[in-house]
Design a protein around this ligand. Structure first.
Ligand code: LLP
Length: 417
């Protein structure tokens, strides 16, 4: 939920952010550890909370997760190495690798480390089985339907590349038996930013899949996808209700199998989105026909979500001189520095530019993009040869840099060969 910058319930206040903004003289990410800890606590009823680290994979955030008993989902070799660097142990339950394909170096390392695999294709089972018989596996099922906040985040149904198609489960089982793989459980993640109206359908689908599969299981995973209120008028998810429906599915499965079954959940966004902001500086203000543009020093190379999905992030003005902001607003298009027309933070999915009523911004002021802790820094790129920007974590009353800025020399180094 967007929190005004004078809300002292979090560390992300004007008083805390302004000195950092002045010190960095460029955009940066800031996170509040306390918000992450609150979100973890809200999911305490699940047997395992597994953080989908793609949402925010900084090692210091992973350490914080680990200290709170949260396990981790990795989707690449880089993410596995991050988890290990944060203290997670490969080979047990700590890390699960979820993907639809293995690239060769990842497969080799996973076989060495014995990291359990959540397989999204039958080919993965054969490739893993040949190299690592007895390896622990989950099956990620595509139940034939999905939902997401955008078509791009819908991960179920026949237009999605994800998971093993539900009617192919016998093929998956044959691969498991052929290679003596150890089946841990079934997993379903049908999309990101799910519509809770469909939750019962998802839970029922899991029960049906387990029954149809006819194999013994230790665990089921509800995947991630829990949405958060990006706008003031959106409601926060009722985590008790969410748990209740999944727990009911788990109990039906346990009754069918005749023994208890572990229930995992695998959120990314829910745990970190609201903990983070992106702070940028206004570098130009200009009128273009009927439009009022406010241009900042952060672009979609930093925060990709508005350009990629038309995502809404609440924007606050943080005046550089501490002046009081009146009630007057101006309909503004907020855009970045990239040499690309789509580098606009106020746009709808499909690219239609819209405006936001903002207090009058002056060059030198800061604009704060709220709820950017998930899929913010982790989706950044070096487009336009812009270095990655720093990340700062507020924890126990202090701010600490958890990633320094990348330098231009570091960018060029890969090519200076
Ligand atoms: N598990 C699996 C297998 C996933 O593919 C994902 C997200 C998650 C868990 C976590 O989903 P979450 O709880 O964060 O919704 N970049 C997009 C989101 C893409 C999510 C991809 N997979 C965005 O910025 O909204």
């Amino acid at each position: 939920m967007p929190r005004p910058l004078n809300n002292t319930e979090t560390a992300l206040t004007a008083a805390n952010l302004l000195p950092l903004a002045q010190r960095y003289a460029g955009p940066f990410w800031a996170y509040d550890a306390a918000i992450i800890q609150q979100r973890i606590a809200q999911l305490g009823a699940f047997d395992v909370v597994r953080f989908a680290q793609k949402a925010c994979s900084n090692i210091h955030i992973l350490r914080l997760m680990r200290a709170a008993g949260v396990k981790v989902d990795s989707v690449s070799l880089g993410e596995i190495e991050r988890a290990i660097a944060a203290g997670y142990q490969p080979g047990g339950e700590d890390i699960v690798f979820t993907a639809d394909v293995f690239d060769q170096p990842t497969l080799t390392r996973i076989a060495e480390l014995k990291v359990p695999v959540n397989a999204g294709s039958v080919d993965m089972l054969h490739q893993l089985g040949e190299l690592s018989p007895g390896h622990a596996v989950w099956l990620r099922i595509n139940p034939g339907f999905g939902h997401g906040h955008s078509q791009k985040t819908n991960t179920g149904g026949e237009n999605s590349k994800h998971g093993i198609w539900h009617s192919d489960l016998p093929l998956a089982l044959a691969a498991i038996q052929q290679h003596g793989l150890r089946l841990v459980g079934l997993h379903m993640h049908i999309g990101s930013g799910v519509d809770y109206g469909h939750l019962q359908q998802v839970c029922d689908a899991m029960v049906d899949q387990v029954v149809a599969f006819g194999q013994d299981l230790e665990a089921i995973s509800a995947g991630g996808g829990l949405s958060i209120p990006y706008r003031f008028d959106e409601e926060a998810i009722d985590t008790q209700h969410y748990y209740g429906l999944w727990n009911d599915a788990r109990e039906r499965i346990a009754a069918h199998l005749g023994h208890p079954v572990k229930l995992e959940i695998e959120p990314g966004r829910f745990l970190v989105a609201e903990s983070g902001v992106l702070v940028s500086q206004v570098r130009a203000v200009k009128e273009m026909g009927s439009r009022h543009f406010v241009l900042v020093d952060a672009g979609f190379s930093d925060l990709m979500r508005p350009s990629m999905y038309g995502s809404y992030h609440h924007i606050s003005l943080l005046p550089v001189d501490g002046r009081a902001l009146g009630d007057a607003t101006v309909e503004s298009v907020v855009a970045g520095p990239l040499c690309e027309s789509g580098d606009v933070f106020t746009q709808l999915e499909g690219g239609k530019v819209e405006t936001r009523a903002l207090p009058v911004a002056q060059v030198g002021d800061y604009l704060v993009f709220h709820d950017t802790g998930a899929y913010g820094a982790s989706m950044s790129s070096n487009y336009n040869s812009r270095p990655l920007i720093p990340e700062v974590l507020f924890e126990n009353g202090a701010a600490r840099e958890i990633r320094r800025a990348q330098t231009i020399q570091e960018l060029l180094a890969l090519e200076l060969i």
